[in-house]
Write a protein that binds this ligand. Sequence first.
Ligand code: PAP
Length: 326
Amino acid sequence: MSTQSLLQSKEDEDLNNKHKHLIATIPRGNGWNIQHLYNYNGFWLAPVIIKSNLFLHTSFKSKPTDIYLASFMKSGTTWLKALMFSIINRDRYTFSDHYLLHHNPQSAFPFLDICDPVTNSEFSRPRLFSTHFPHTLLPPCITSCKLVYVCRDPKDVLVSKWHFLNKHRSENVPPLSLHEAFELFCEGVSHYGPVWEHVLSYWKASLESPEKILFLKYEEMMKQPAVEVRKLAAFMVKPFTDEEEEEGLVEKIVKLCSFENLRNLEVNKKGAEQFSTVVKVENHEFFRKGEIGDWKNYLSVEMKERIDGIMNDKLNGSGLVLGSSS
Ligand code: PAP
């Protein structure tokens, strides 16, 4: 065995031991679709995700030009991936034969939390990566890069997440009722939760370093997609030129990445995305309703008031308002 491989296997062993020790000692709670979530430095994470986080801190090498997309689960990741990828790679594809016409946006750039992040990482220049980790759990090599964060009304996030996770349950884990999911969500116990801590971690960082973090809201993107697309392009240091504006490139990108367009593509009706050896998601699952306010079909007035009350309380004084009340 070469010295290099010996060092590598020693690193792997250390990481596995550290992970085992953590899982045995940190608090655990209801796992929604898996046995348990674990509270790692204030956030509820699946064991495999904690392992990826350890890996990120010990072994991941960023490049200063990398751009990261961060989000709480079900806040608009797929949409942002499509938009960021199309903006960055706009010289590489025509709209009649675009990568996104044949591939799900999730495949457009690697997901740090579960995949081997280096696979496929040279696909875009600059490299694009996505994560659901809160800002406080990212290694400095990532927080020193440019980062786009998208947030969404937590009530819509809850409903979207509940639908999604119930379809992806481990063996022997019974379905979670909406009522149970709601209670856990309000207690902060959900994958990557508490949602308020997640959002605040990026909000505070964006106030400190606006040139490093672009903070977006799903609802504002729905209302004015072209405005947000221009913001994204400028932030990623690839602003649209006058010629591109004249030829309607912004509108073309908005249309290509729209919910209706992506959802109706053959690849997103039939294909599937393999995130790891065990996690496979049918592409159509990333396109459920794509609406603002679907929570109204699921949550009672009392439930709405409870979530809004918790969010107002937790975000109080931060200057951030989420969802319909913004
Ligand atoms: P992820 O956390 O698994 O990556 P993510 O893409 O963040 O999922 O969120 C999925 C939500 O975004 C779905 O919301 P819903 O369940 O309320 O419908 C999905 O429909 C919505 N979505 C996906 N693509 C788009 C899009 N192009 N425009 C608007 N919403 C979208």
